[in-house]
Write a protein that binds this ligand. Sequence first.
Ligand code: NDP
Length: 441
Amino acid sequence: MGKSAKKSNTRELVHSPFLTYASMLSLLSLCPPFVILLWYTMTSAHGSILQTFHYLYNNGLHGFINIWPKPTPTAFKLIASFAAFEASLQLLLPASTVYGPISPNGNIPVYKANGVFAYFVTLLTYLSLWWFGIFNPSIVYDHLGEIFSALIFGSLVFCVFLYIKGHVAPSSSDSGSSGNFIIDFYWGMELYPRIGKHFDIKVFTNCRFGMMAWAVLTVTYCIKQYEANGKVSDSMLVNTILTLVYVTKFFWWEAGYWNTMDIAHDRAGFYICWGCLVWVPSVYTSPGMYLVNHPVHLGTQLALSILVAGILCIYINYDCDRQRQEFRRTNGKCTVWGKAPSKIDASYTTTTGETKRSLLLTSGWWGLARHFHYVPEILAAFFWTVPALFNNFFPYFYVIFLTILLFDRAKRDDDRCRSKYGKYWKLYCDKVPYRVIPGIY
Ligand code: NDP
């Protein structure tokens, strides 16, 4: 896969201090039932966590087993068709060649960039199947619980496959064991696992399955509401448009995503792969899932205000990522907010002992706070949830989860960069003292 592959088995495992061994085990065991409870609360308990709690309190474990849908053959067929379709698009659609960032072991991953093409082909195919009466997306909503149940178990099996592959047939030297089964399973063994030379597993799980499912399910919820009520509420429209703008932005920038922590630092294990295969399709789509049966009439003025605010946040988030990548791509020879960028010329040592150079941008969005890009990301999620108004708390679960995830991620990334860049990172922190929110944190 890489241009150069040096033999080494060193691990670069960076994770949050509070994600200890015990909390890894808790997450492994709590995430699957949580997905089912979330689906149940959104679709059958009016988004009320209290109603779900009362149900569980009165019916106990038996009641919980009763609401856990069986992973039916229909659910497996739907998932398998979607996965096979996306894998074929990933492999077969025309693509340009893109290189990822140099890995800790000196490999440079090579990718086939055809995400935007795959995204539009997917949505067009899905809408055409519905329009021409070949497949009704409402079926997906009607089997949603079974689909999540099948995804939970299927993805666990897939993570076992990743663990075994990491041990017996790693795709590159960016792989290795910590010597602990739980850590290897949870955090993963391989940084860039592939099937054959061209099928990149993390591109499939994170982008072509997880992010694509987010868009497909968003459209599904909208169609389901239309089929049930004969119209789509303005709240559902705002949620759908903002989510689709966000996912379109993601695929537009997909090659940039291959430079981020998810791909360049997090190994393929339960944390990232199960998360993208199950958590993204279920938790990330939950505000829309709730709106299907709880349409809210916002009125044109409020709907448009939320829409504009949401699009602005998505744009700022995109511009933060673009600014950093443009700055790195041009080796600092670009303009940032109309001026020459201010920067730190940093050096670091790779795990193989080589000294490399890297630039840190200290102006523009990256001069406001070291992870300012998380602010518009969280606000955008708030704006596609707020059409649900404030009748129940649970539709806001994703926003709260994302806030915790990104504040933890900012800390993880700071720790990683501090150990990578040493005194240069300290210089950056002196110049840009706030981690996420300028003037506050
Ligand atoms: P990035 O990987 O894009 O940015 C952090 C990395 O950039 C650092 O590890 C460092 O890498 C480099 N870097 C840090 N500071 C600077 C600087 N001043 N100048 C140049 N390079 C710098 O972050 P994320 O992966 O967290 O985010 C990417 C996007 O994904 C964002 O839009 C984010 O909001 C989104 N996101 C969404 C999530 C969701 O669940 N919805 C979850 C996580 C992210 P290096 O080693 O190369 O120096």
